[in-house]
Design a protein around this ligand. Structure first.
Ligand SMILES: NC(=O)C1=CN([C@@H]2O[C@H](COP(=O)(O)OP(=O)(O)OC[C@H]3O[C@@H](n4cnc5c(N)ncnc54)[C@H](OP(=O)(O)O)[C@@H]3O)[C@@H](O)[C@H]2O)[C@@H](O)CC1
Ligand SMILES: Nc1ncnc2c1ncn2[C@@H]1O[C@H](COP(=O)(O)OP(=O)(O)O)[C@@H](O)[C@H]1O
Ligand SMILES: [K+]
Length: 476
């Protein structure tokens, strides 16, 4: 499991560790890891041109000490000091001793243009509220140069705890972060600014519960349902899918396509698109009599392409099994009915649907994804999976939020969300908790999207067809 901790938690762990170590030891660990990463990016350190962008805090200190290490290995290192009189004194002295050069921001444009590597030590976890006007132009210079950009701890200008980007921010090719990932490195839009992320262990002892966690292959493999000798189709779980309409029969087909590859033993389809479903997937048990007459299921998916069938949504919400609500179902589900449920509910909006439920604009949700998913989960007393380039899954009770980034932008194609709903529903029917079903489904779906696209456009049905390959890859 990859975890991320809030700034407050990082600060507390840092204080505790600093009290036990000689002064400056932690910063030296950080600087050593940073210098090694910079050397990897450069390939050849000797003779390279390195520019350090230095703010007035310890983030600048890390960059200065790392710059000194690179200078000792033969790099030409120049530090641009945003606040010369408040620059980290030890770091500054170290760079001077190693032969580095110091300049003011006025000289930055010329040297950044000729640099091989720009190191962003403007601000780290002490930053608040977007880059200030004196620092913002440096971020733009770095973006315009042909140099590789390495961010120290996090790209300056992003909000470490939330992943929001409130103004100008540095766009890095690599972020070297210390002790733990910070939530902002894993959540869009900030995640995009971080580039790839390298974690340097500096010995911080962190509490059990993180702010954010991201499943890895092994975590997903441990959660995927696998039948045993005693399994039969009922014990594996039966999923009911109430989806599709005369206008959108395809949504039903796609939801069922995800469901059949999600580990349930059988899929019951209820709705007006039975012929289309049977034509594509003859193994589906089809009925048009409404959810309450469909026979026993261990979980329901309701909503994809469902049009305005509010009664089907209400019927499904009244069932005492886990329910996944997606697409039209989100609009039609009464908040009170969701809150009154005793079995788990998993809601799966994209940013636009979440915005409509919260009564805000889509831009507000996209800018503040972590706060939005938590708020929606609290409002409905449900587990909420917020789709997007990174997918977040939050429980109503607060606590750790799951994040997934296995996907690819090729997944932004009509119907891929329907496939996800069937897949996640199937995992609910197989007995996974709502958080596990949502986050495991997002992981598998993202990987399937990568396999299906492989650098070229793919349709949602291709994504569904790639689910078995993703599943095998995870279990290998
Ligand atoms: N935690 C750990 O375990 C370890 C932490 N380490 C390192 O320390 C870093 C944290 O250092 P930190 O606390 O000195 O804060 P930092 O990020 O340098 O920023 C403060 C400075 O930025 C300024 N500033 C603020 N907002 C701004 C803005 N929007 N735009 C522009 N400027 C802004 C602010 O100015 P002021 O408000 O004082 O005028 C202040 O001077 C951490 O990220 C990591 O790199 C490692 O060395 C070892 C282990
Ligand atoms: N830029 C992106 N990068 C990665 N995944 C994405 C991106 N855009 C969308 N997705 C994923 O594609 C799916 C789209 O779902 P949704 O918006 O419900 O589409 P639809 O309603 O057409 O089925 C979600 O799983 C979402 O996380
Ligand atoms: K930084």
């Amino acid at each position: 499991m990859r975890t991320a901790y809030s700034v407050e938690t990082v600060r507390a762990a840092e204080r505790e560790l600093m009290a036990r170590l000689p002064e400056g030891a932690l910063m030296q660990r950080a600087a050593a890891g940073l210098a090694a990463a910079c050397a990897d990016v450069l390939g050849r350190v000797y003779g390279s041109r390195v520019v350090l962008l230095i703010g007035s805090g310890d983030n600048g200190g890390d960059a200065l000490y790392a710059g000194a290490r690179l200078a000792r290995r033969g790099a030409g290192v120049t530090a641009v000091l945003l606040a010369p009189e408040r620059t980290h004194p030890g770091g500054l002295a170290a760079l001077r001793r190693a032969g580095g050069t110091l300049v003011t921001p006025g000289a930055a444009e010329q040297i950044v243009r000729r640099a091989d590597l720009v190191v962003d030590g403007i601000v780290g976890i002490g930053g608040k509220g977007g880059l200030r006007p004196d620092a913002a132009p440096l971020a733009e210079l770095a973006a315009d140069s042909r140099a590789a950009v390495v961010a120290v701890d996090l790209p300056s200008g992003i909000e470490a705890d939330t992943g929001e980007v409130l103004g100008a921010a540095v766009r890095a090719d690599l972020t070297v972060t210390f002790g733990t990932h910070k939530p902002g490195l894993l959540i869009d839009p900030a995640r995009e600014y971080a580039g790839s992320v390298r974690l340097v262990d500096i010995g911080l002892e962190l509490p059990d519960q993180a702010e954010l966690e991201a499943l890895q292959h092994a975590d997903v493999a441990a959660r995927l349902p696998v039948p045993g000798a005693a399994s039969d189709k009922y014990r594996r779980g039966v999923l009911g899918v109430a989806a599709g309409s005369a206008r959108y029969p395809g949504a039903a087909v796609l939801a069922v396509s995800g469901a059949l590859r999600g580990g349930a033993g059988a899929v019951r389809y209820v709705g007006p698109a039975g012929d289309a479903v049977i034509a594509a997937f003859p193994e589906t048990l089809v009925s048009d009599k409404g959810p309450h007459k469909a026979g026993r299921v261990q979980a329901w998916v309701v909503g994809p392409g469902a049009g305005d069938d509010a009664s089907a949504v209400a019927e499904v919400l009244a069932a005492e099994v886990p329910v996944l609500v997606d697409a039209d179902g989100l609009r039609l589900a009464e908040r009170g009915a969701v809150r009154a449920r005793s079995a788990p509910t998993l809601m799966t909006p994209h940013a636009g649907e979440a915005a409509a439920l919260l009564g805000v604009s889509r831009a507000v949700v996209e800018g503040a994804r972590l706060a939005s998913v938590r708020e929606l989960a609290g409002l409905y007393g449900a587990t909420v999976l917020l789709k997007g380039a990174t997918t977040l899954v939050a429980d109503a009770g607060g606590g750790v939020v799951r994040v997934n980034s296995t996907g690819t932008a090729w997944l932004a194609t009509a119907g891929s969300g329907d496939v996800l709903s069937g897949l996640a529903g199937s995992l609910l029917a197989a007995g996974l908790s709502a958080v596990d079903a949502g986050s495991v489904a997002a992981y598998v779906h993202g990987l399937a999207g990568r396999f299906a696209a492989d650098g070229a456009p793919a349709g949602a049905h291709d994504v569904a067809s790639a689910i078995p390959a993703a599943w095998r890859d995870i279990r290998d």
